[in-house]
Write a protein that binds this ligand. Structure first.
Ligand code: G3P
Length: 221
């Protein structure tokens, strides 16, 4: 199956539109020299822009709606047609209630989109695993955007999440929050994570190529 590096572009200026596409191009180039699966989580408005790249693109959110009168909502079919292969759901910055989450996972499956469901606490892992998403990502909100990684600051959160998920179903667990370098990645992978979600460590890096290369090195444990 290999490991995963998900780059979350959020709505950073550096990750929006043409700026974001530059990150995608560099990630694509580096993906040719690694076995790590790189996935780009971009804004819905930018999905089509990335269609010339070989890397899978995920939406940052979808709504559990179907075709019809739903002004301003994100239709899973539209995301799919634009070129997305999957979606993040319930990110700390876009939380949804369990019922909405459950319907969103269902709609994503119907549409053929992969799902990465984010949780902020290991205590939510079992209930989330019951929805059977493709990935579960643990991100402690207080570490998001900072320089101290979840793997260094809260390794027990990673272990607990993996154990809780596995007690329901074997679903790959990803980790995110504060991950900046190879050591952060290495630690997480050693603890059993299948991959990492990174935003600021890549999107806001002054040398994009150097930052992504450094992170990719962390997977060689
Ligand atoms: O989805 C990943 C993100 O929330 C982590 O952000 O900036 O801490 O890498 P960051």
């Amino acid at each position: 199956m290999g490991n995963y590096l998900l780059i979350n572009f959020k709505t950073y200026k550096e990750g929006t539109g043409k700026n974001g596409f530059k990150i995608g191009k560099i990630a694509e180039k580096l993906s040719k020299k690694t076995n790590v699966n790189i996935i780009l989580c971009v804004q819905s408005a930018d999905i089509r822009l990335f269609s010339s790249l070989s890397l899978p693109v995920y939406s940052q959110h979808i709504d559990p709606i179907t075709y019809g009168a739903n002004t301003g909502w994100i239709l899973p079919e539209a995301i799919k047609e634009a070129g997305a292969k999957g979606t993040l759901l319930n990110h700390s910055e876009h939380q949804i209630d369990y019922k909405t989450l459950s319907l969103s996972v269902k709609r994503a499956k119907e549409t053929g989109l992969k799902t990465v469901v984010c949780i902020d606490k290991p205590g939510k892992a079992k209930k989330t695993a019951k929805l059977n998403p493709d990935f579960i990502a643990i991100e402690p909100p207080e570490l998001i955007g900072g320089n101290i990684s979840v793997s260094k600051a809260k390794p027990e959160i990673i272990t607990k999440t993996i154990n809780n998920v596995n007690s329901v179903k074997k679903i790959p667990v990803l980790i995110g929050a504060g991950i900046k370098n190879r050591e952060d990645v290495k630690k997480g992978i050693k603890l059993g994570a299948k991959g990492v979600l990174i935003a600021s460590g890549v999107v806001k890096a002054s040398d994009l190529e150097k930052a992504i290369k450094n992170i990719l090195e962390g997977f060689n444990v």
